[in-house]
Design a protein around this ligand. Sequence first.
Ligand code: ADP
Length: 586
Amino acid sequence: MELPGMKTAPVNVLLVDDNPARLLSYRTILEPLGENLVEADSGMNALRRVMDEEFAVILLDVNMPDMDGFETASMIHQHPRFEKTPIIFVSAVNVSDMDRLRGYKLGAVDYVMVPIIPEILRSKVIVLAELFRKRNELRNLNSSLALANAELAAANAALQAEKAREVNKLNESLSSANIDLAQTNRSLEQEIAERRSVEQRLRDADRRKDEFLATLAHELRNPLAPIQSALNIRRLNRSGKSDEDNEMQEMMERHMRQMVRLVDDLLDVSRITRDRLKLRLERAELGKIIDDALETVQPMLREARQTVRVELPAEAIEMYVDPHRLAQVFANLLSNASKYSEAEATIDIRATIGADSVAVSVRDTGIGLDVDKLGSIFEIFSQVDSSQQRTHGGLGIGLTLARRLVEMHGGQVTASSPGLGHGSEFMVILPLRAVAEAGELPMAPELPVSAGSSRSLRIMVIDDNRDSADMLALSLKIMGHEVLTLYDPIVVVDSAVAFKPDLMFMDIGMPLLNGYALAEKLRAETWPGTRCPRLVALTGWGQDEDRRRSQQAGFDEHLVKPAGLETIMRVCRSAALVAEAKAAAS
Ligand code: ADP
């Protein structure tokens, strides 16, 4: 009997019986199954067969001579390879329960009785053969699974190893990149440190340069002072001098003014760069400011025989500004207009008033400006062409200063020109808003200009620079004053108490006792029968800080060397007014 679909390859079935007839009957019954039937006629032969081949099932006669079925089964099952091999015992007589038990203990799975019912035997063998086949299939599957697993494990291991190699490689290149990076970092840090130190050195050098400029300006003023005084003296003694002499005097004064301006510019530039420029705001009138600027540039205009046309709105324009600094702005623009124009040229200065600003333009017909130079001319030390500097003079700071001052007033300056050779125009726009904010501030008190008092004063001049002291003293004497000159600050207080001066001109930077300390001492003195004289500082130091200190020390006025004749005369006139008032009061 063949069961379709169930059988694949035949399995071995061992038939063990000492009786050849029974062996034949087994064969007859089982042949239709198509399995491979192997016969053994004793327990011993059965064992031999089993050693050679694997059997799906063993059909075993219980009663055999020499080695009965149970003994054979026991021997077979002792072998580890066959302990699971199913055995069907064939018994001629009815097996006792004890024998059944014995059989089961030996691993028998079943019993068939003689006479054998062929269907029963066949179906038992079919089941066991199928079981064997299934187990084999399972085993094969298992082993191929194990193989696949092993292959997988091997592939996995290879993959892991590959991965590990890659990770290692990556790690190596990362760590070498890290080393490179650290190296780059170190050199970058070094570079930064070097740059910082260079920057610091540059800043230090810049600061020293600014300090140098301030000191230079101050040091230049000292030698200018006696020369200015000598010029003052020459001017006082002018009557009856020849034309040639007068021309010489004017030339020297012109150069002196130029020198003083250069020194002033130098000082201003050092203030700009150190941010020390300060405004002294007060209520002032634009027309007056422009007049002051024109007065400053008058000698230049006169020499070049140039004319300035001034056009102002009919009504006065009141502003809250620093009038001296604004006058300086317009003077700079006017002097440039004069410098960069032909002789006998006409310069226009024009103010127009808007809703909340005033625009002042200074226009000339001179050499003009290239369009691409219009922005850079406001940079410090910038000059369009250095050959111009030689022709026209100047340090290249006038416009920088002008722009800075205008900006400090909240305004702006712009330059325009139709091109080289066609003149230039500089436009200053100032906000008017500031006036309203300033409210009803009193106008700046006018300095006493009365030339009236011809009163002779008692004046002391104190300066350790003998030339400065002597020249100033001489000019004061020529003006008709009684002068006591001292070079040593230590003796000043006692001499002053004895001399009873109306006015004292005093240098600040003196050895042993400086001008500030001296002023404080003089202010602290009791002055029996008189009062403390008017104290005027006359020094090379002219910054706001210096002015503030001299005011604190008790000075009435702070003049910067070299003081012009007009200034000295003005100071004397105010001292005379004070002296007159004092005399009237006593
Ligand atoms: P400087 O002392 O050289 O006059 P400024 O700062 O006043 O310095 O001016 C800078 C430069 O701008 C000048 O050197 C000049 O080349 C140019 N400049 C200024 N004003 C005029 C003008 N009115 N016409 C032509 N060029 C001018």
